[in-house]
Design a protein around this ligand. Structure first.
Ligand SMILES: CC(C)(COP(=O)(O)OP(=O)(O)OC[C@H]1O[C@@H](n2cnc3c(N)ncnc32)[C@H](O)[C@@H]1OP(=O)(O)O)[C@@H](O)C(=O)NCCC(=O)NCCS
Length: 146
């Protein structure tokens, strides 16, 4: 589902292990989910499994979720840099329909095989799977000795 420019890809079910001492959704669980969501988005957009989180802007938790609620996470690319991709994120509670948080800037950096920032060459969003990497990130080289 899309609102504005954000496409909501992933839904999560708030389970007991995702709660804080107040009995509501633990911020750490939510941030882990967002970081993974952003990593997947960046890999699909940049065509490189080797992209890392560089920067997240202010995070303001405006409402929460309770055990058993469903939440949905959305991301959109807002800027393609030379080696970086900037995204905007929003998380909503599907039960209360309230926004839980928005993050204006999440920056991922595209890394080369040497682990250093590498140009990705893209300037626009793909809505397809045309950039999805076709190789495993960590090949077991040397397994076949000839
Ligand atoms: C990612 C990393 C290799 C970047 O190194 P760096 O020396 O900052 O690289 P650069 O200065 O060349 O910047 C790379 C890109 O990041 C952007 N960038 C760097 N610092 C930034 C910041 N604070 N905010 C937003 N963007 C930033 C730069 O603008 C550049 O983008 P562009 O090429 O599209 O213009 C390095 O910081 C690193 O290894 N960080 C740890 C990453 C990591 O492990 N993350 C997982 C969580 S621990």
């Amino acid at each position: 589902m899309t609102t504005g420019d954000i496409t909501f890809h992933t839904r999560k079910w708030v389970r007991p292990e995702d709660l804080n001492a107040n009995g509501t959704l633990f911020g750490g669980s939510l941030l882990r989910w967002i970081d993974e969501e952003a990593a997947i988005y960046a890999i699909v957009q940049l065509g490189n499994g080797n992209a890392v989180t560089k920067y997240m802007s202010e995070i303001n938790f405006v409402s929460s979720a309770a055990q058993g609620d469903l939440i949905e996470m959305g991301l959109t690319a807002t800027h393609f840099g030379r080696t970086s991709l900037t995204m905007r994120a929003e998380v909503r509670n599907m039960f209360t329909r309230q926004s839980i948080l928005t993050i204006e800037k999440i920056v991922f950096v595209n890394l080369g095989k040497d682990g250093l920032p590498a140009p990705h060459g893209y300037t626009t969003i793909t809505y397809d799977r045309d950039r999805v990497p076709h190789q495993h990130q960590h090949q077991h080289l040397g397994a076949i000795a000839t």
